[in-house]
Design a protein around this ligand. Structure first.
Ligand SMILES: Nc1ncnc2c1ncn2[C@@H]1O[C@H](COP(=O)(O)OP(=O)(O)OP(=O)(O)O)[C@@H](O)[C@H]1O
Ligand SMILES: O=C(O)[C@H](O)COP(=O)(O)O
Length: 399
């Protein structure tokens, strides 16, 4: 029998799959298809089991109305290439096109619906509006499979409400992601080292609060560094800074000292006088982290810091890394990220890379994905999991 988890035999059934196909695009060119590839196994196994697979997903953050640049059409085409089969595409989310596309599916065929965020009901904070949209989505299917791990922290119609309306199951990707992240929260093998970077500073400070009680070492790079350096009384020039988080950073440094957790900040920084853009040739300079000139901004951790971070990772049994160490998209500021990625490939224990940009960095810098224990498709979702927050898209499956 063609079983899919607790859904039983799915042959001939219309199965709505929520995937996270939110990939970076340059025009209509997909610059990193990692999330599409990660979504393939669940879609393929349902199709092979004879289901009529209806994929719903978002791309970017459109404001509840169609916008050509956020169309999933190129993503559906790439999915078809990866599956090695034609994938039908509906030009709306739950309208005429969606209905006729789903009606036209034979057993084992796959369709992708247009960007679910083109409908204002998807992300609405108004329960009635979200419910009405979820009713329409649910009417397109007989069962629901939740496989968009990157979006399970969102209480949105296609993630949360639709699961309340249909027999549902957790997809293989979500199950794998949760399994790996659980190993980071429940009795992780030690030493447990966490590396944090990137630019969404205030989003990520919350995770530090939780990790101070769990990790043995915390390595901080990327745009997060400067709020910490400033909190220690150093000048940071024009670097990324969240002034309203200075007290929070000071409190973390204090708590780390009291609880014996080692927080490693970079000792040298690669600076430039302007953020890289257009044709301007970067003019990188390495300066001590405590002496960032007033006209400069920090764009990467320096070589000494890269080596120190690598050394701190050398004996790690568990590592979680989120957020690049610098503006890795520009070669002059990619070396810190490369040093950390390289070190992660050598750790003796479990290494997890979490976050859309971190995963893209690893791939664009040419690392083989198999050199890492796990590359998570979730940025915000994996952080919220590690923060100990309840994820609505998981909780609804367990209810
Ligand atoms: N010193 C810095 N100053 C400004 N931006 C930086 C700095 N270091 C890294 N970045 C930028 O941070 C961005 C990635 O940060 P982000 O916090 O979004 O990472 P992520 O968690 O891996 O991704 P996502 O949240 O999309 O899953 C990159 O585009 C990089 O250029
Ligand atoms: O890119 C992500 O982290 C996920 O696709 C979720 O997207 P969102 O932050 O726009 O909800």
């Amino acid at each position: 029998m063609a079983d899919y988890g607790n859904l039983g035999d799915v042959a001939g059934k219309r199965v709505l799959v929520r995937s996270d196909l939110n990939v970076p695009l340059d025009g209509t060119t997909i610059t990193d298809d990692g999330r599409i590839r990660a979504s393939v196994p669940t879609i393929r196994s349902l199709a092979e089991a004879g289901a009529r697979v209806v994929v719903t997903a978002h791309l970017g953050r459109p404001k509840g109305a169609p916008e050509e640049r956020y169309s999933l059409r190129p993503v559906a085409a790439r999915l078809g290439e990866l599956l090695g089969t034609d994938v039908a595409f509906a030009t709306d989310t739950v309208g005429e096109s969606a209905r006729s596309t789903v009606d036209g599916l034979a057993d084992g065929q796959v369709a992708v619906l247009e960007n679910v965020r083109f409908n204002p009901g998807e992300t609405s904070k108004d329960d009635a509006e979200r419910s009405a949209f979820a009713d329409q989505l649910a009417s397109l299917a007989d069962a629901f499979v939740s496989d968009g791990f990157g979006v399970v922290h969102r209480k949105q119609a296609s993630v949360y409400d639709v699961a309340q309306r249909l027999p549902h199951a957790m997809g293989a990707l979500v199950a794998t992601e949760i399994d790996v992240l659980r190993r980071l929260t429940v009795d992780p093998a030690r030493p447990y080292v966490v590396v944090l970077g990137g630019s969404k500073v205030s989003d990520k400070l919350g995770v530090i609060d939780n990790l101070l009680g769990k990790a043995d070492k915390l390595l901080i790079g990327g745009g997060m560094v400067f709020t910490f350096l400033k909190a220690q009384g150093h000048e940071v020039g024009k670097s990324l800074l969240e002034d309203d988080q200075l007290d929070v950073c000071r409190a973390y440094l204090q708590r780390a000292e009291e609880s014996g957790v080692e927080i490693l900040l970079p000792t040298d920084i690669v600076v430039d006088t302007a953020f890289p853009s257009g044709d301007r040739t970067p003019e990188p300079r390495v300066v001590p982290a405590t002496e960032i000139p007033s006209d400069a901004l920090g764009l990467d951790i320096g070589p000494d810091s890269g080596a120190a971070f690598a050394a701190a990772l050398a004996d790690a049994e568990t590592v979680f890394w989120n957020g690049p160490m610098g503006v890795f998209e520009v070669a002059a500021f990619a070396e810190g990220t490369r040093a950390v990625a390289e070190a992660l490939t050598k750790v003796p224990g479990l290494s997890v890379v979490g976050g859309g940009d971190s995963a893209a960095a690893v791939r664009t810098l040419g690392f083989d994905e198999s050199a890492f224990g796990h590359i998570s498709t979730g940025g915000g979702a994996s952080l919220e999991y590690l923060e100990g927050k309840e994820l609505p898209g998981i909780q609804v499956l367990e209810d």
